[in-house]
Design a protein around this ligand. Structure first.
Ligand code: CUA
Length: 171
């Protein structure tokens, strides 16, 4: 059977396209660490966050010299903390976010970083990132969570170390 030259060309390009698509997914999963939310961060009873040792009082904790943990509870339609007051961490730190929902499925994205996770009631999403320089980042909910979804946002402030110490001293 003879295959026309152009038919062969398009066949080749189609196969190339499929291989490239699979390649990008594989690259994301292996090289960039894109993955599904799973139980590796732990689970929690969504109705009992007020009894949880950390989620009952969400916020920033220092756990090492330049290491911080941030416990965040997104709810309809705000981040606690993040919306009514910004999440504040010092520059030059490694920050691990532990995020779980207080009601329905939300998203937790720190804009212009690679921090981006679904937030599922009952599951704790854990994401670690390094913040070298002072900056301000927006927090975005990117999963439709109800009538106020479009307004659900917050702020992360990475402040100079000296400024962080000054603000935390009074806290
Ligand atoms: Cu929370 Cu959309």
């Amino acid at each position: 059977m003879e295959i026309h030259r152009f038919e062969r060309l398009w066949l080749g390009l189609s196969i190339l396209l499929v291989v490239a698509l699979i390649g990008t997914v594989a690259y994301g999963a292996v090289a960039e660490g894109v993955k599904m939310v799973d139980d590796s961060g732990g689970t929690v009873q969504p109705g009992e966050l007020s009894d949880h040792p950390e989620f009952s009082d969400p916020g920033v904790r220092q756990v090492g010299e330049n290491e911080y943990e941030v416990w965040v509870v997104p709810r309809q339609f705000f981040f606690d903390p993040g919306t009514s007051q910004p999440i504040r961490v010092p520059a030059g730190s490694t920050v691990t976010f532990h995020v779980t929902s207080g009601d329905v499925v939300h998203g937790f994205e720190v804009a212009n970083t690679n921090i981006n996770t679904m937030v599922i009631p009952g599951q704790i999403a854990t994401v670690t990132a390094e913040f070298d320089d002072p900056a301000e980042y927006g927090l975005v909910c990117h999963e439709y969570c109800g009538s106020g979804h479009h307004s659900m946002e917050g702020k992360l402030e990475v402040v100079p170390q000296s400024q962080f110490n000054a603000t935390e001293a009074g806290a």
